[in-house]
Design a protein around this ligand. Structure first.
Ligand code: F0G
Length: 359
């Protein structure tokens, strides 16, 4: 890789595939290039090669940075002085960080009381103006859409196509690392921008001759926030606050990805999500936030009895499955602490007492 040290983000690596020109100022935090980590235990359980694309290792701890570098660069190019977004927490963290980097203002509209602690702190720390509405993400996005015509203000939700463009680069990285597209790609679905973006990335790299095939796209929603699975908007409820969305903006994009790829949208319960989160941390050493664990929960569900008739599992030996784990576990410590009942064992400050506890 020959990029200079000060710019190794997704725009500099994939500019030929992105809507940027020489005139676009690059607002980057060296996002992307996240590890594709082999999972020996999931591989053993599936009979395929399973990899985890750990997007929690982006600069603000989630995949949103890929889209935000493009969205902020284009917003600045067009002369915006403010960016605004609705968010369940990660989009707002990324928007605030990239706005800080660009020296422009950022306003974030969040559902009050439903944002994980780490994400809320990020928005404040990066200097955003934070508004908590008495409503859910869908209400917040409705309000943000109404800012569409305001001069100097750019919306940086995934209804902004620049976000999708940036996020598709994760597919490029996966193809480059594996040498081709995987057989199946599994990811959590909330507002459905990411599944839309991945599918776009897979199609574009195949058209460009960089891969010979495309994966089946499989998305998992939380059971209490599963509008696409159910086929109608819902009042969302789930412990996975990042995907607590009842009326996704990219609904059609998700449906197209699934239809064109021969994949599916399925659901996992909160219990399955939290169990998968803990399983992944304690078995593979990868700590992700609850929403991210939906992809792992989904794979484990597909392996268990009672899976749906269209399920392509088990795969032929040597088949490849990639799961995107979208955000870092440290963003939302509350849910796993509650679920796992985690508490240290107290002991007196001497060797005998500590050994007694450890034995
Ligand atoms: N995983 C995490 C950690 C997320 O933050 C999100 C979405 C998703 C999965 C789902 O991705 O919306 O593209 O289908 N978070 C948005 C936000 C809604 O505001 O941070 P999606």
């Amino acid at each position: 890789m020959n990029q200079p040290l000060h710019d190794r983000g997704v725009i500099s690596r994939y500019k030929a595939y992105l809507p940027v020109t020489e005139a676009t100022p690059v607002i980057s935090l060296n996002e992307g290039s996240t590890p594709l980590i082999h999972s020996p235990k999931l591989s053993e359980r599936t009979g395929a090669e399973v990899y985890l694309k750990f997007e929690g290792l982006n600069p603000t701890g989630s995949f949103k940075d890929r889209g935000m570098t493009v969205a902020l660069s284009k917003a600045v190019e067009r002369g915006a002085s403010t960016v605004i977004c609705a968010s369940t927490g990660n989009t707002s963290a990324a928007a605030a960080a990239y706005a800080a980097r660009a020296s422009i203002r950022c306003a974030v509209i969040l559902p009050a009381g439903k944002i994980a602690a780490g994400k809320l702190v990020q928005a404040f720390a990066y200097g955003a103006k934070v508004v908590a509405i008495r409503g859910n993400f869908d209400d917040a996005l409705r309000i943000v859409r109404e800012f569409g015509g305001v001069d100097g203000v750019a919306i940086v939700n995934s209804i902004n196509p620049d976000r999708i463009e940036g996020q598709k680069t994760a597919s490029f990285e996966i193809i480059e690392e594996l040498g081709d597209a995987p057989d199946i790609h599994i990811l959590p679905v909330g507002n459905a921008g990411n599944i839309t973006a991945y599918w776009k990335g897979y199609r574009e790299f195949q058209s460009a001759g960089r891969s010979t095939r495309r994966p089946r796209m499989v998305g998992f929603q939380a059971e209490g926030a599963a509008p696409i699975y159910l086929g109608h908007p819902v009042e969302p409820h789930t412990v996975a606050t990042a995907i607590r969305i009842g009326n996704p903006a990219s609904w059609e994009g998700a449906n197209n990805a699934v239809k064109e790829s021969g994949g599916c949208i399925d659901i996992v319960t909160d219990q399955q999500i939290l169990d998968a989160q803990q399983w992944l941390a304690s078995n593979e050493g990868i700590f992700v936030e609850p929403a991210s664990a939906a992809s792992v929960a989904g794979l484990l569900k597909c392996l268990s009895s009672g899976r749906c008739t269209t399920c392509p599992l088990p795969l032929r030996a040597g088949g490849k499955i990639v799961l995107t784990v979208t955000g870092h576990g440290l963003k939302d410590p509350e849910a796993p602490v509650k679920h796992g009942g985690f508490a240290p064992i107290e002991a007196d400050a001497d060797l005998t007492a500590v050994r007694r506890v450890l034995d």
